[in-house]
Every structure is written in C-alpha cells, then in structure tokens.
Design a protein around this ligand. Sequence first.
Ligand code: SAM
Length: 278
Amino acid sequence: MSAIDGLPPLREVIATHELSAKKSLGQNFLLDLNLTAKIARQAGDLSGMDVLEIGPGPGGLTRGLLAEGARRVLAIEKDARCLPALAEIAAVYPGRLEVIEGDALQIDPLAHLTPPIAICANLPYNVGTELLVRWLTPDAWPPFWQTLTLMFQREVAERIVAVPGSKAYGRLAVLAQWRTEARIVLSLPPGAFTPPPKVASAVVHLRALPEPRFPADRKVLERVVAAAFNQRRKMMRAALKGLAPDIENHLHAAGILPTERAEQVSLEQFCALARGLA
Ligand code: SAM
C-alpha cells in the first residue's frame, strides 16, 4: 500500500526508532500495511466505534484501524520504545489515537472508552489467552465490547471455535461459544510476521451475543467446565465427583451419560448441568 496516511513504511519506522523485536514481549510484528488493513476490516464497520488495541508495537495494525475509519483508537503498549512511533501516527490522526504505556493485564481501559467498543489486537499468546478469558467472563452480560478481533496461534484459534467430539474442544470453546459467535476469519503463515514465529497464526472474530445461548450461572458453569476438562480422559462421573455427592443424578438430569468424557458433552448439556448444580 502506498501509505494512505503519508507515514513511512513500517520497516523504516522500525529502523528509525530502533525497535529490534524483543522475545520477552512476544514481539512478532506485522509490517505489511495491506495485511494490517485486512485484519482491521475483519473487525467489521468501525466508523462510529472506539477501538481498544492491545500491544500496538510499531503501529501497523493501529494504522489499519485508523485508515479503516475507527472513530478513536485507545492503544495500550508495554514497550516504551514504541511510543515515539505511535506519537507520529497520533499526529496524523488528530484526536483519534490515545496511547497508554503499561501492561494491559493491569490497566482498566474503560474510563478511556466510549461505547460502542470493538477490541482488536495482535498479542503475545499468553497475554492474549488471559485477556480473552477475562473479556469472556464478566459477571454482567452483554460486556463492554461488541466484538473481539484477535490474533492467536492457529492451535489456540482452533480451540476457541472447536465443536464437541474434536480434540480441540475444551474450556476455551465452551466459554467462547456460550456467549459469543466465534469464527476464524484469517489464517497467516509464520512468514507474515517479522521475525517469524515458530507456528502458524489465525485471526478469530467473536461477536458478543445479546444474551448467553443457554441460561446458566457463570461461576457454576466455569467450575463444572474446569473440573470436566482438567481430567478430560476421565468419565464425567469421575471427573466431577467432587462437585456433588449425587453427581450421577445431576448428569442424568442434564442428559449426560455418566460414562461420557467431557469432550463429548455439548455446550447445552454443560449449561443444563450447571443449572442443576446451582
Ligand atoms: N500490533 C503489533 C503488530 O501487529 O505488528 C505488534 C504485535 S506483537 C505480536 C505484540 C505487542 O504486544 C508488542 O508490541 C509487545 O510489546 C506488546 N505487549 C506484550 N505484552 C504486553 C502487555 N502485557 N500489555 C501491553 N502490550 C504488550
């Protein structure tokens, strides 16, 4: 893309600001502005939306989000070396980019955002999964965001969208699919990043449902799912025996065979079980 924002190419930005990638911060940068614009488009129509971006780095995706029309972008970046590059972007989009330096796991961004809100990020794997689980498990639903558009290792993306009966099906699938519509929208080979990571990546788009697919108390559901998948090779009656002395009755009531394994149990059945145990 001949940069529509008039800013230098990302390779030049990285050279100017000496942003050599740090492994400790999970830095694998996207330097192709066509690709970052494409990822931003996966977030849907951003005009009229505030976008929370975690880990902007040198700002490739940030530039994509702004060029695609986001009303405002709030970017949280842990690496202070990136701030001058991000300030250059802010200067081209007056009043539309706010950058906070810090750890996204420690910062509450809500005071800086006005609904409707979308979240978009290319994050290190550990931080990404932890933030995803937080964003999926607030007490109140709908959450503060409408959509999440997030880069993950391909294997993690597959766990988010997995269906019962598959190896990838587990806690992440149940938590994500209980209250969102989740799909993989883009797959990226290691070579799309600088430096290339060891494995392939994928972008997952999650849209918050107005209400959960099936009623259940969140905390009970989480407890049931954690217990079931912590011992995923065991039969449900054994994996869940600590939850209730008459667990077999609860399983029957929820339409689950006590001899089934967690990966065969549907979201609807997990919710029925959680309701019975509540
Ligand atoms: N978004 C940029 C891109 O696509 O080129 C950078 C992606 S790089 C995979 C991850 C970014 O997240 C890095 O800039 C890194 O410094 C930042 N980061 C890592 N841990 C973070 C944390 N806990 N809070 C905020 N940013 C973090």
